[in-house]
Structure formats: structure tokens, C-alpha cells
Design a binder for this molecule. Structure first.
Ligand SMILES: [Zn+2]
Length: 125
């Protein structure tokens, strides 16, 4: 494969991914975490039965070395799940664009390095 073909393919693929990035909607960084806890009422079943603990949801997000939790409001679980899904799509796309840029720049830089050799015609294969 010719060097210029490789670069052109990388550029085409990167542009395609960047167009997808432009269509990313609102997103919520983090991951969904199920929280199970006792409510503290002595007469509640959760006080004696671990399987009866109260379930709530939070968005967990790592900030530096700490994980912070943000409660998901009642009724907002589906929308939260969608927003986190959009975040994961954003992360995957930015990683793919970054990986492609790395390949693209490496291919271009390799082309720069090999360019002066073309002056010595007849000595190469
Ligand atoms: Zn309870």
C-alpha cells in the first residue's frame, strides 16, 4: 500500500469519526451505581433483613483520587442511563479519533523522514 493511500484512509476515517462527534448530545460523565442502604427506622424490614435494604441510584464519578456520588432523582433513572450512554459514546469516539491521529501523524512523520532518500535514485530497491 502506498504511503499516501494510508494517510488518506486515516484522514477519511478521522473525519468520519469527527462528524459523529459533532452529533453527540448532552452527556453525563460517570457510571451508574446501585446503592443499597438501611433507612434507620427500627420497625422497617431493612433493619433486620439485608435483602430488604432500600435501593437508590447514584452517578459515580472519579475526581482525582476520590469517587463522588450524585443521587439520581426519582423517575430520572432512564434519562440518566441514556445520558451516561452518550458519555460512553463520546469517550469511545474521542479515543478512536486520538488513536487515528496518532497513526496519521506517525505515517506523515515517516513520510517526512523518507522524503530525502528519494534524491538518491538508483541506489534503492
Ligand atoms: Zn428501611
Amino acid at each position: 500500500m502506498l504511503h499516501s493511500d494510508t494517510v488518506a484512509q486515516y484522514v477519511e476515517e478521522r473525519d468520519r469519526l469527527q462528524r459523529q462527534l459533532a452529533h453527540i448530545g448532552d452527556f453525563l460523565p460517570g457510571s451508574l451505581q446501585e446503592m443499597r442502604r438501611k433507612c434507620g427506622k427500627p420497625n422497617c424490614r431493612c433493619a433486620t433483613d439485608d435483602s430488604a435494604k432500600h435501593v437508590s441510584w447514584a452517578v459515580a464519578r472519579r475526581v482525582k483520587d476520590k469517587v463522588i456520588y450524585r443521587a439520581v432523582p426519582a423517575g430520572a433513572l432512564d434519562e440518566t442511563r441514556r445520558l451516561i450512554g452518550e458519555y460512553q459514546r463520546f469517550r469511545a469516539l474521542t479515543k478512536a479519533v486520538s488513536d487515528l491521529n496518532e497513526k496519521l501523524c506517525a505515517a506523515r512523520l515517516a513520510g517526512v523522514r523518507t522524503a530525502p532518500k528519494k534524491k538518491r535514485q538508483g541506489t534503492g530497491p
